[in-house]
Design a protein around this ligand. Sequence first.
Ligand code: UD1
Ligand code: MG
Length: 452
Amino acid sequence: MTTPTAVCLLAAGKGTRMRSDLPKVLHKIADLPMLGHALNSAKSCAPSRAVIVTGHQAERVEKTAKELSPEAVCVVQEPQHGTGHAVLQAKEALEDFDGDVFILFADTPLIRPETLVAMAEARSKGAAVVVLGFEAANPGGYGRLIEGNGGLDKIVEAKDATEEELAVTLCNSGVMCVDSRTLFQLLDRVTNDNANGEYYLTDIVGLARADGLPCAVVRCDEEETLGVNSRVDLAAGEAAFQERARMAAMVGGVTLTDPSSVSFSHDTMLGQDVIVEPNVVFGPGVTVKSGATIRAFSHLEGCQVAAGAIIGPYARLRPGADIGEGARIGNFVEVKNATFSAGAKANHLTYVGDATVGEKANIGAGTITCNYDGYLKHRTEIGAEAFIGSNTALVAPVSIGSRTTVAAGSVIVENVADDALAVARGRQTNKPGLAARLREALAEAKAKVKDS
Ligand code: UD1
Ligand code: MG
C-alpha cells in the first residue's frame, strides 16, 4: 500500500523585493500564480491533503488558493517567526493525518514532479526526514547540507555556519518530505536560538539525528530550486518554464519551427503533428488537436482547434472559439465565443463573435458580426455552405440559412431562409457620359477662379 501524502505549502512571505501590491505568490508564471505551480508539482504524489500557510495579505492569497485547489485548508501565520513556525501552523489541520508531508515553498515554482517522487521513494526506504538539495554554483545565503555516515547530519543556515561549513556547496532547496508524526514532534522542540531569532524548519534534521532517526538528501538541478524574490527572478522562472514547455511539446511530436519565439501557457495542450510557426502566443486554456497548423504571429486563448485546421498567420482566437476539423481562420481574423464547423473558412480581415458557422460556410473578407448593441450581446447563426460576401455586416441577433448567398457589402438585419440570396445595399445606377461632363464643368470652374 502506498503511503498517504499531504502538502504543506508555505505562502506567508511578504515578497518585499517584488515591489508589488500583489502578494508575491500570486504573481504568474505561464498564466498561473506561482502558488499553483507548487501545487501542480505536488500532484505527482497524489496528496490527499493540502494545507496552505498564508500570512501577508492572507485573504487574497486564500481566495486564489481556494480557486486553484478547493479542498485545500488555509491557515494563517501571523506574525511570521520563521519556516519552522510556519509549518507548525499546519499542525492542527494535519492532526489526524498519518503519512508523508511534503513541505513546499509557494515562491519556488519549478520543482519537477519526478523530483518529489524520488523524495517519496527515499522516505519509503526509511529516512525520517528527506531534504531536497542541490549543488549551488554560488552557495551564498543558502542553508548548507552537512552529510556524514552516508546520510544527512544537519542543516546549517549560512548566518550560523562556521568557515568550514560555509565551504560546503551542497545546499538546501527548502523542500522536505517528512513523516507526519515525526515532523510535529520535532518541530515542537525547535527553538529560536540562532542568528535570526527565528524558528528554523531546517533544525528538525539535527533533532532527528540526535534521536537516532536517519535523514537523507535527494539531489536535483539548481534550476528546479529557483526561488522568486524579484521581478528579475520572475522573468528567469518564466524563461525556465517556457524552455521546459517547448521541450515537452517537441518531445510529444509537435513541430516548433522557431521554439524560442513561441510562448506557452501552463495548460497548453498540443496534439501530435501540430505545427507551430514562429511568434505564436498561447494564453490559458488552449487545446490544439493533431495535425493542425498555427501559423506565425497568432494569439490563442481559451479555445479549441480541431485536427487539420489552419490558423493564421496573424489570427486571434479568443475565449470560446471552437474551430472544427479542417477549418481555416486566416490573417487578421478574430474569433470569440464562436463555433466554426468542419471545413468552414474565414480567411481575411473578419470578426466573428457569439456565432455558429456551419460546415463549409465561407465568410468573405471584411465580414463583421455586429454582436453588441452597447448593452447586450446577441448571436449570429450561419448555416452550412453559406457564402457571405465581402464587407458584410451581420447585425445580431440574426440567422443566415444553409446554402445562402449574401451579396458583398450587405448590412443584414433580417433572417435569411435556406437557399436564398440576400442583398442589402443601395442599388447601383450607371449614368453614361456623366463623369466626363462633370470633369469638364469642374475644370471650367477652376480656370475661372485662377483668372479672377
Ligand atoms: C530557507 C532555508 C534555507 C534554504 C532556503 C532556500 C530555513 C531556516 N532556511 O532560507 O536553508 O537554503 O530557504 O531558499 O528554512 N516563510 C513563511 N513564514 C515564515 C518564514 C518564511 O511562510 O515565517 C516562507 C517564505 O515566504 C518563503 C519560504 O518560507 O516562501 C522560505 O523563507 P525565507 O525567509 O526565504 O527562507 P530563507 O532564509 O531563504
Ligand atoms: Mg529565501
